[in-house]
Design a protein around this ligand. Structure first.
Ligand code: 3HC
Length: 308
């Protein structure tokens, strides 16, 4: 009976809310995906945060600080959305630090030059938006609602990345070369963000049936390519794939698939920056212990005062 109600709700595109009955596997899939997403936002602050002190102007620095702060906010909405499923944020953070929950492969690559900040905004946030706009229609209410605000902010981030690359691309030959080099390095990892091909994806079938995911990994990757190729032309930068060509029959751009063996290696912890990212996260968590203790003591004192 409960299962039937759940199935009908999903079939009718109604939202599943925290107090509704849901299958255990639906709950655990959501916890896995939302926690991974939250961890990605928080770890994702590192590659860009590295450039705050080296941004080329006060204006660029202010924009970058705001962007990195937005990522922290996204992490917080998402941890809150996960908590509506009966888990605790502390527990999720411990799982991340113990290597038992994942975060996006993309944040295991280094940011070598200022142009990387542009490439992350344009390509990584562009890929994130492509993947995340459909999540605004996820069947689980709190996740879907969190995604609405996140997508609005991500879309601003994508514009600022485009603008950085546009400026560099129309600057000196050295600046243009730096922009091109960044695009060359971030293109393939951005394609990998969408996950393995559907044929090798563990969760896509069930997650799309539950309307957690609205589309498979391959369809979203194709949408990203279709959106990005004309933007690269507008920037005057080349995408590092000779296989990109308009396919009139399909109505899409053909492109070369990324190296999925590299994706697997990065997911398994063997990317260029995996160890550094987790070490920095662990140190930040330990350094912040006094803040959590102070906040808990304050909350307990306040609750005591209110009860009195
Ligand atoms: N990085 C790390 N792990 C990945 C991955 C990636 N790019 N792509 C897939 N995986 C993992 C999956 O988590 C799964 O492992 P698990 O079973 O241990 O959890 C395994 O590889 C198989 O992949 P599936 O396709 O079966 O997994 P999903 O159905 O969960 O699809 C996904 C993967 C498309 C990333 C999906 O989880 C998703 O849409 N997540 C929400 C969005 C998200 O997390 N984005 C991360 C980037 S956030 C961001 O970019 C911040 C912004 O500020 C830039």
């Amino acid at each position: 009976m409960l299962q039937l109600e759940f199935d009908e709700r999903v079939a009718a595109d109604d939202r599943v809310e925290p107090r509704d009955w849901m299958p255990d596997a639906y709950r655990s899939t959501l916890i896995r995906q939302i926690a991974q997403h939250a961890h990605s936002e928080i770890i994702g602050m590192q590659p860009e945060g590295n450039w705050i002190t080296r941004a080329p102007s006060l204006k660029r620095k202010a924009i970058l600080i705001a962007k990195v702060q937005d990522e922290a906010g996204h992490g917080l909405y998402l941890y809150s959305a996960a908590e509506t499923l009966g888990v605790d944020r502390d527990e999720l953070v411990e799982l991340l630090l113990a290597g038992r929950q994942k975060y996006s492969s993309i944040f295991n690559y280094p940011t070598l030059t200022w142009a990387d900040i542009g490439a992350i905004g344009w390509l990584v946030d562009g890929a994130a938006i492509t993947n995340q706009v459909p999540l605004c229609r996820c069947s689980y209410g709190p996740y879907a609602r969190a995604m609405v605000r996140i997508c609005k902010e991500e879309s601003f981030h994508q514009r600022q990345g485009f603008e950085i690359l546009y400026t560099l691309g129309h600057g000196t030959p050295g600046q243009k070369a730096m922009a091109q080099d960044a695009v060359d390095r971030w293109w393939w990892p951005s394609l990998m963000m969408f996950g393995p091909p559907d044929a090798a994806s563990t969760h896509t079938g069930q997650s799309t049936a539950w309307k957690i995911k609205r589309f498979g990994n391959d369809e979203l990757r194709q949408r990203f390519v279709d959106m990005t190729v004309p933007q690269a032309d507008a920037l005057g930068l080349a995408l590092p794939d000779d296989g990109i060509a308009w396919n009139a029959e399909r109505g899409h751009y053909d492109f070369t698939e990324p190296d999925y063996a590299e994706l697997t290696a990065v997911i398994e912890g063997n990317g260029p920056c995996n160890a550094e990212r987790i070490a920095v996260r662990r140190a930040a968590h330990e350094d912040g212990a006094w803040v959590r203790e102070a906040a808990a003591a304050y909350a307990a004192k306040r609750a005591g005062r209110e009860a009195a």
